[in-house]
Design a protein around this ligand. Structure first.
Ligand code: 5AD
Ligand code: SF4
Length: 447
């Protein structure tokens, strides 16, 4: 590679889950600190960080088409950008990317991105650099202070996964489960709140497996951390995602009943309603144990909005087993959910299992499942009409005077009135659509 000028502008493009969004923000913080600025909207950047996702094939294909598009656009403009590939594809296929895509200068995994600035220095000198080491936790201490102001913020508290569901690449790309220390998290949350965060979402691949020692040195779980963060006065709302059914415990359920700032929303993936499929997935819970857990949650917090993830067409899934998934959906009545066609991932046990389901069958099942989930989401929104609730103002709406925010149940709500981003306002929900609600402003709660 030829030496090149130091980049002056950057763009970080994050794909996939919220943990990638958090990582993308932290990489942007590092670039800001170096004096590189975000490229203006519509302009090509000198440096592009593709923060990739490996979870399904479709997500993974995007990186190569993006690299192709960037190189072509760069050639046309007479200035090819520096390309850094970060995230889970970088971790899983770093070498392959380097050999397949000569335009890529940097490959950096999710546990090594704190070294991005040094790697860029090398790239500017014409050296290609790869770092996919997985040192536990080191990166967080090495990251710069966060400076941007947002009313909502993500805070990664736990990373990695030891569950080894047979379809999933995460245990291979993100490594073993680790929890960030209590004191670091409380500190980061305080600083986020000082910079305007009114809502923090605690992130982890298995966030409810978080464990640590509190200020007194006593061991505590996610509930202890949530109770501590709830003491931060500026912080009005706490959420967490994604949980695993097997990591739930009474204390966390109780937290939903007792901590007002913990929002009434739970994302709890189940993947399938069939016990045979769940076993083949190595989920180590049953449809029934999952449903009982949701019952406990509803007993603790009757208005809780439930969300889940589903996979259709796991190898060997029969029509009757798929019907069990539909039956589970009917029983739960989700407020929101995410559903995917099974995608074989290289190196996972399910990829080589017998009984791979034909694409047409998966398409048909996904359509039926999504129709049921959409029906329930609309029903949940419709049932909210008439309620008055707090909405955290996140951004301006499309029309002048219009604002958009989230209800406690994570629904998007829009309304008109004299408010500012970051206000927590009382809104009466007056009309429901499939993806949002219209509201009427009542009064400003927090200025
Ligand atoms: N194919 C399809 N969906 C998958 N997920 C994880 N791995 C796969 C795969 N190989 C889905 C699961 C998980 C969500 C983040 O992505 O539903 O909960
Ligand atoms: Fe993947 Fe299962 Fe771990 Fe979730 S719990 S990240 S689906 S292996």
């Amino acid at each position: 590679m030829k030496p090149t000028n130091s980049p002056k502008t950057y763009r970080v493009k994050s794909f996939g889950c919220q943990m990638n969004v958090y990582d993308g923000e932290r990489m942007a913080d590092m670039l800001d600190k170096r004096g590189i600025v975000p490229a203006p909207e519509g302009e090509e950047a000198d440096l592009v960080v593709l923060n990739t996702c490996h979870i399904r094939e479709k997500a993974a294909e995007k990186v190569y088409s993006d690299i192709g598009r960037l190189t072509k656009a760069g050639r046309k403009a007479g200035k090819e950008p520096l390309i850094a590939v970060a995230g889970c594809i970088a971790q899983a296929e770093g070498e392959e990317i380097m050999s397949r895509s000569p335009a890529v200068s940097v490959v950096v995994g999710p546990q090594a991105y704190h070294r991005l600035p040094e790697m860029l220095d090398k790239a500017v000198q014409g050296e290609r650099a790869t770092d996919t080491d997985m040192p536990a936790i080191a990166k967080f201490a090495a990251l710069p202070e966060r400076t941007k102001r947002f009313p909502t913020a993500f805070l990664t508290v736990q990373e990695g996964c030891d569950k080894f569901c047979t379809y999933c690449v995460v245990p291979y790309t993100r490594g073993a489960e680790i929890s960030r220390p209590f004191a670091d998290l409380v500190d980061e949350a305080h600083r986020l709140a000082e910079r305007g965060a009114r809502e923090i979402t605690l992130l982890g691949q298995n966030v409810n497996a978080w464990s640590g020692a509190d200020a007194k040195g006593d061991s505590c779980g996610l509930d202890g951390l949530i109770r501590e963060l709830a003491k931060i006065p500026e912080l009005q709302r706490i959420r967490y995602t994604t949980s695993h059914p097997n990591d739930f415990y009474k204390g966390l359920v109780r937290c939903h009943a007792e901590v007002d700032k913990l929002m009434p929303y739970l994302h709890l993936p189940v993947q399938s309603g069939s016990d045979r499929v769940l076993k083949a997935m190595n989920r180590s819970h049953t449809a029934d144990s999952y449903l009982r857990l949701l019952e406990e949650m509803r007993a603790a917090r009757p208005d809780i909005a439930l969300s889940g993830d589903f996979i259709v067409g796991f190898p060997g899934e029969t029509d009757a087993e798929f019907e069990e998934t539909l039956a589970l959906v009917d029983e739960v009545g989700y407020a929101q959910a995410f559903s995917f066609k099974y995608s074989p991932r290289p190196g996972t046990p399910a990829a080589t299992m017998d009984g791979q389901v034909p694409k047409e069958v998966m398409d048909e099942r996904l359509q039926r499942l999504q129709a049921a989930l959409n029906r329930d989401q609309l029903a949940f929104n419709e049932a909210s009409v008439g309620k008055t609730c707090e909405v955290l103002v996140e951004r301006k709406g499309k029309l002048a005077g219009q604002w958009l925010g989230k209800t406690p149940w994570l629904q998007s709500a829009w309304f008109e009135g004299e408010v500012a981003i970051g206000d927590l306002v009382e809104v009466e929900l007056v009309e429901a659509g499939p993806n949002s609600l219209a509201g009427k402003l009542r009064e400003t709660v927090v200025a």
